[in-house]
Design a protein around this ligand. Structure first.
Ligand code: ZN
Ligand code: FE
Length: 243
């Protein structure tokens, strides 16, 4: 029996989250994206963990901006989307949809989830019942369509919704309250959504993160996951952009 992986989450920048995933057995530690170098170093020191890997979800500066510095300090290996190799600073290993790799004896499954950017990937770790979803899905929201189409985002969200209900979704930003306000304009009578927003509001009042969320919670309350068609998702996304 492998010892379970440990996940440590901490705030970075304005509303980003940093994540470390660590094997107590082998000592390997991966950082999911590199939003803020100093905060990541502090988190590693606090835990007495040594950074061995960086798993990038996409190329945006609040996700890959600390890659080179952290690689220089720790010699960490950087994993990112092969198709986006040119935009991932310091990338060592390019991966693609359907790839699997082994992290300290645990399988990690790769899904390409285009929409927010074209080369966006998520990391699903079945043994930890966890997925690191970057800016594809947020609690009660989804990423802006900077590069992809509603059809792509619809497909990406459907795949995330297809993971087991109890999968923890580690979103890269704390956007839940503003997403919730908008979501209530889409489905004002959805009781699951009303309860979700109530719970998130009291958490935020005490400065408690609303991340991770779960697949089940998003299937019940997230208007983008519940859109039902790419066309409707596109309409909701447009309305949110102007909200
Ligand atoms: Zn982004
Ligand atoms: Fe971001």
């Amino acid at each position: 029996m492998l010892a379970p992986l440990e996940i440590h989450m901490f705030p970075c920048l304005w509303d980003n989250y940093g994540f470390l995933i660590h094997s107590p057995e082998t000592g390997e530690t991966a950082c999911i994206d590199t939003p803020e170098v100093d905060k990541i170093i502090l988190a590693l020191e606090e835990k007495s963990w040594n950074l061995t890997h960086i798993w990038n979800t996409h190329h945006h500066p609040d996700h890959a901006g600390g890659n080179l510095k952290l690689k220089e300090i720790y010699g960490a290996k950087i994993i990112g989307c092969e198709a986006d190799r040119k935009r991932i600073p310091g990338i060592d290993i390019g991966i693609s949809d359907g790839d699997r790799f082994n992290f300290a004896g645990h399988e990690v499954q790769i899904m390409e989830t285009p929409g927010h950017t074209i080369g966006h990937i998520i990391y699903y770790v079945p043994s930890a019942k966890s997925a690191f979803v970057g800016d594809t899905i947020f609690a009660l929201g989804c990423g802006r369509l900077f590069e992809g189409t509603p059809v792509q985002m619809y497909h990406s969200l459907s795949r995330i919704a297809g993971l087991p209900d109890d999968t923890a979704l580690y979103c890269a930003h704390e956007y839940t309250l503003s997403n919730g306000k908008f979501a209530l304009t889409v489905e004002p009578n959805n009781q699951a959504l009303i309860d979700y927003v109530k719970d998130a509001t009291s958490k935020r009042e005490e400065n408690i993160p609303t991340v991770p969320t779960t697949v089940l919670a998003e299937k019940s309350a997230n208007p983008f996951v519940r859109a039902g068609s790419a066309k409707r998702l596109g309409e909701i996304r447009k309305a949110k952009d102007n909200f």
